[in-house]
Design a protein around this ligand. Sequence first.
Ligand code: SAH
Ligand code: SF4
Length: 354
Amino acid sequence: MKELLDFLPEEYGLSPKYLNNELAKFVYQKYIDDFSDATSLSKALREQLKSEFNIMPLSLKIAQTSIDGSIKFLFSLHDNHTIESVLLPMKKERIENGIKKSAKYTICISSQVGCKSGCSFCLTGKSGLIRNLSTAEIVAQVLFIKKYAKIPYEQGINIVFMGMGEPLDNLKAVSKAVKIFSHNDTLAISPRRQTISTSGLAKQIEELGKMNLGVLLAISLHAVNDTLRDELMPINKAYNIESVLNAVRNFPIDARKRVLFEYLCLGGINDDLSHAKALVKLLHGIKAKINLIYFNPHEGSIYKRPSEEKVIAFRDYLQAHGQNATIRQSKGLDISAACGQLRNNEDENAKTSL
Ligand code: SAH
Ligand code: SF4
C-alpha cells in the first residue's frame, strides 16, 4: 500500500491528468479521509484508489489544549513510535476598521522520531535518533491538525519545522513536504510561510539553499562562542559558528525577509549582557531577526529558566544596537510544549502504569 501524502498531485498517476488535481483537492481542501467520499470520481476509480493508497499515516493519541489556546498533539505512527506537533493561534479573529480579519495560525511540526544532534538542553535529543519521518508523516501533521481544528482550507497558516528532530538531517523528505505544502491543489502554503529550523548543519544549509525552495531559514544559535556552543550543541564540533554563518551568508533569501536566529536563554549560562554584545558583533552584516527563547525546564535538566529581567535587558540591548529582536512568548508552557516533553511525560505515565 502506498501513502498518498508521499506524492505531489502530478505523481498520483491518474489519467486524464485533471483527476490528479481533483483528488488532491478532495484530500487537502475538502478534508476527506475515505476515497468513497470523493464523489465526483467514478466508482471504479474510487475502488482502485482504495486498493492502492492509504490517506492518513498517523493517528491521534492525545490532544491537549493549553490556557493560551495552543493545542499540542501526540501522534502514533504505524510502528507505534510517537511524535509531537503544536497548533499555535497567533491572532484571534478580530474586526479592524469594520473589516473582519481572520485568525492566524502557526503549526509546528516534527521531522524525525528523536534526533541525533544531542543538544544538552533538549529532551528530544536524549533518546538519540530513532528514525526519519517519511514525507507523508510530515505532511499529515499539518493536514490532520487543520482538519481537527476545523481551519478552513483558505485560511493562511504558517508552518515551522521546530518540533522534534533535525529537519536538515532528513532533507529529502522535508524538501518534498515543502513542495507538497506549497502546491496549488493541496494546501497552497507559500514557501515564504514555511520556516526550517536547524541546529546548524552548514553543509545541508548550502544544499537546501541550492534547492531554491524559497523557504525561510532559522538557526538555533544559542551561544556566541565555540567553547560554549560545543558544550551545548555537540554538532558545533563538526560545524562551528563561523561555518554556520558562512552558510547563512550564501543562503538565497527573499530581499524582504530575514534569517531567524533563535537564541535559547539559559539562566546564568548565556543570558548576560556580555553575550548580547558579542551577538551583535557576530551578526554584523547579516539581515537577521533574533528570537529569544526562555529555556523550558524538564525533569533531569541541569539548566535553569532565566529571569525575566535578564531576558528583557538582553532584548533591549539588541534593539538598542540595531538588531530586530523579540522574545518568544512561551506558549503552552502549562502543557510542556518544549519539544519532546509531552511524548516523554506519556512514556513516564506508561511506565508507571505497568
Ligand atoms: N532541531 C531543530 C528544530 C527543532 S528544535 C533545531 O534545533 O533548530 C526547535 C527549537 O526548540 C530549537 O531552537 C531548540 O533549541 C529549542 N529547544 C529545545 N529544547 C528546548 C527547551 N527545553 N526549552 C526551550 N527551547 C528548546
Ligand atoms: Fe535535535 Fe534540535 Fe533538540 Fe538539538 S534542539 S537535540 S537539534 S531537536
